[in-house]
Design a protein around this ligand. Structure first.
Ligand code: NAP
Length: 270
């Protein structure tokens, strides 16, 4: 019997998750399938009820449902506890729904793949929403020296869950940071010409990480590359969080290169 999983969101038709995750299931020779389900705001309870009743194998959660799903879990894994956002629902043996956030894992996976060291690094993050907090968590787990937050709101709230061992800087100077991370939607298709930083604040020694993956090269990345800096897009993080999700659902270790190639083949990214 085919075991179903789903990605829920609104809109969700653009999601690359089914292509990425199904490539892993296929390669692992598992009779599992991921569908994308358009779930309007206020209806996540119905989607979770269905998940319980038909014993789905797992669920991925995308915008705008990460917070509301977190509130409806039977338990939260430590990865989701402080973030208040769940992007991966895992059913336990006893049928409980456990909420995880695999964005930190995805971010760490993508930096490791690109051989970027977070330990001891000074990291400046643009934005203070769910993804920014997942990046902060990754920085804390990896032993970053200092984390700066530049956000139009909620920077103080995001800084509140920093441990004393990490310096939180809410008035960051670009030149004092080595890694700059865009965790805002600036640069996405509908904000294509926007960048969280201007060219004159970027320098060749910066490493830029844009969490936006569509378009694959954002305005922020272009500006950085023009200054001679290295720029990394968000596709690696997307694949990295899916690698973790497949492992949590199936207990198996999927082939990440197969998943990355499946993502790159998607027409919407070309
Ligand atoms: P979110 O919780 O809605 O947070 C968005 C953040 O960006 C907030 O701080 C928001 O500020 C800020 N922001 C929104 N519009 C802005 C604007 N026009 N100018 C300046 N700041 C603005 O969203 P999220 O879940 O953190 O996602 C953020 C980005 O990361 C999205 O582009 C998403 O696609 C991407 N992402 C990528 C991955 C991946 O796997 N690659 C995973 C997760 C997220 P306010 O609170 O003031 O609105």
């Amino acid at each position: 019997m085919t075991r179903l999983t789903a990605v829920i969101g609104d809109p969700v038709h653009h999601s690359l998750s089914p292509a990425i995750v199904n490539s892993a299931f296929e390669n692992l020779k598992l009779d599992w399938k991921m569908l994308s389900l358009q779930v309007p705001a206020g209806k996540t309870g119905t989607a979770l009820k269905v998940m319980r009743h038909i014993q789905m194998g797992g669920m991925s959660v995308t915008m705008p449902h990460k917070q509301s799903v977190a509130e409806q879990m039977d338990a939260l894994d430590s990865s989701a506890e402080n973030l208040g956002a769940v992007n991966c629902v895992v059913p336990s043996q006893s049928g409980q729904l456990i909420g995880y956030n695999t964005d930190s894992d995805g971010f760490l996976w993508s930096l490791e793949k690109e051989k970027v060291e977070l330990a001891g690094a000074r990291v400046l993050i643009f934005g203070a929403g769910g993804a920014a907090r997942a990046v902060i968590r990754a920085c804390i787990l990896s032993g970053a020296e200092r984390v700066g937050i530049r956000a139009r709101s909620k920077a103080q709230e995001a800084a509140e869950f920093f441990p004393a061992s990490v310096q939180a800087d809410l008035s960051p100077e670009f030149s004092e940071y080595e890694i700059l991370v865009n965790a805002t939607p600036l640069g996405m298709a509908h904000l294509k010409e926007e960048s969280p930083a201007k060219a004159d604040s970027l320098k060749s020694s910066h490493i830029l990480v844009d969490l936006v993956y569509n378009p694959p090269k954002t305005r922020f990345m272009e500006l950085a590359e023009n200054e001679g800096a290295r720029a990394i897009g968000g596709l690696g993080m997307l694949v990295g969080q899916a690698v973790k999700a497949v492992h949590l659902w199936t207990g198996k270790n999927p082939d990440s290169e197969i998943m990355l190639n499946a993502a790159r083949r998607q027409p919407s990214l070309r």
